[in-house]
Design a protein around this ligand. Structure first.
Ligand code: SF4
Length: 454
């Protein structure tokens, strides 16, 4: 400890709330701080500063972020040392001007577009002069910590679509693609570090490159990334493809590039043309049915995931039924369901005909039940297949340890897992398994050999 009461090499506790995109942002700040000589702390007791990366996608997420930050501040107050809290991410981006008055417990607020300056912020709250050198940390330059077998890679930030229910464009700003070279280099580092699968994320991945040069399309990025992951037998999974982004070029790339998984994640939110127009989105049941049919024709055996929203203002009983029938009829493999929540500052929050809470809940529950049944059925359809499984970890169960992994048709953190008896394999290995049984979203696998791709 120094005379200021902090460690010679100050330690940062990172707390991340919200989605995978936030995990990626925390990773970036973590790497910047570690490269600047800070160390990571596993808990509050060992920390000199806490960095909370917040989520504000829904009002409930904002509330959770604020409560978590206040709880940490309370813990810090009870501790013997001064422990400043730095609040980052979506909550400061959305409510920045009001926060210093409302949350005096917090030492600094960092908006999403200010996160590259996190080192200076943390130095300031800890009172470390700019000139003071922290202990050398060698030549660590990667902007990503590599943990686990799958990694999220953010290819863009922000969104230009302004869906009426969504606060993201106000929080994250206008759409901005990351340069191709930066993404390629990050994926190369990840593969070199032992990652087996990269999941490309952004608010709207399909239009990657539209703000860059001619020829910069998601399909062309996938071609570049396929070259990078091929020597490692790596997988590329693309998430958050808005329907408008499914160009012929992209469909062909997903079909033709072996490294790109035939796993299509298209959030539709609704299928009624009237509700979609009111959401400031395009399409209707006929156009989405046509899109799904085209995808199934072009990419045989593909897995389809989507997102549906219940209780948007003005949604009638008939329109709610229409959505329920649609997701059943289209036999989506996986579908996430959201209940509409009137987010401050969005157009939908000011719309008349808000749906009463009990009706919204009932419509949400019906969609959840249907989505669950679709997911269970889709999972069961894979029983009898022989597939490659990436081993992600070991779980302790009542019957002893078991390996947990996932296949090409299961996105990490979303779609269930494969449970495999412990064998002579390690986390990160790819093994070929026979899928012998299923329960809910889970599959039971028996190892039959070393994996060789998918
Ligand atoms: S496309 Fe997604 S992130 Fe963009 S405004 Fe619509 S819901 Fe929000």
């Amino acid at each position: 400890m120094s005379t200021t009461g902090r460690h010679e090499q100050p330690r940062v506790l990172f707390v991340t709330l919200g989605c995978a995109k936030n995990e990626v942002d925390t990773d970036r700040m973590r790497s910047l701080l570690l490269n600047a000589g800070f160390l990571e702390s596993e808990d509050v007791d060992g920390a000199d500063v806490v960095l909370v990366n917040t989520c504000s996608f829904l009002a409930s997420a904002t509330q959770e972020s604020v409560e978590c930050t206040l709880e940490l501040a309370e813990e810090a107050r009870e501790g013997v040392r001064d422990l400043p809290i730095v609040m980052c991410g979506c909550v400061p981006s959305r409510y920045g001007d009001d926060l210093p008055d409302e949350m005096p417990e917090v030492a600094a607020f960092v908006r999403t577009d200010e996160e590259d300056g996190i080192v200076d912020v943390v130095r300031t709250v800890l009172g470390i002069p700019r000139m003071e050198q922290l202990a050398s940390v060698g030549s660590r330059t990667t902007l990503r910590t590599v943990e686990g077998t799958s990694a999220y890679v953010k290819i863009s930030d922000g969104c230009d679509r302004f869906c009426a229910f969504c606060a993201i464009p106000y929080i994250r700003g206008r759409y901005a693609s990351r340069p191709r070279e930066e993404i390629v280099s990050e994926v190369a580092d990840l593969m070199e570090g032992g990652v087996r699968e990269v999941c490309l994320i952004g608010q709207d991945t399909g239009v990657w490159g539209s703000d860059l040069g001619e020829g910069d399309t998601l399909a062309s990025l996938l071609r570049s990334l396929s070259e990078v992951v091929r020597p490692y037998d790596g997988w590329i999974r693309v998430l958050y493809l808005q329907p408008e982004g499914m160009t012929d070029e992209l469909v062909s790339a997903i079909r033709d590039l072996d490294e790109v998984l035939p796993y299509i994640d298209i959030p539709i939110q609704h299928c009624s043309g009237r509700v979609l127009a009111s959401m400031n989105r395009n399409g209707d049941a006929a156009s989405y049915a046509e899109l799904f049919a085209r995808l199934r024709r072009e990419i045989p055996g593909m897995v389809l995931r989507s997102t549906a929203m219940a209780g948007f203002p003005g949604e009638t009983d008939d329109e709610a039924d229409e959505l329920l029938d649609f997701i059943k009829r289209e036999e989506l493999d996986y579908c996430s369901v959201f209940e509409f929540s009137p987010e401050e500052g969005t157009a939908a929050a000011r719309m008349p005909d808000q749906i009463p809470d009990d009706v919204k809940m009932e419509r949400t529950q019906r969609l959840v039940d249907a989505a669950e049944q679709l997911g269970f059925d889709a999972t069961a359809r894979h029983v009898g297949e022989r597939v490659d499984v990436i081993i992600d970890g070991i779980d302790e169960t009542d019957d002893g340890p078991e390996l947990i992994g996932h296949t090409w048709f299961q996105a990490p953190d979303s779609d269930g897992a494969v449970h495999v008896s412990v064998g002579d394999v390690a986390v990160g290995d790819v093994v070929t398994c026979d899928l012998v049984d299923s329960f809910c979203y889970e599959l039971i696998g028996e190892i039959v050999g070393e994996g060789d791709g998918r």
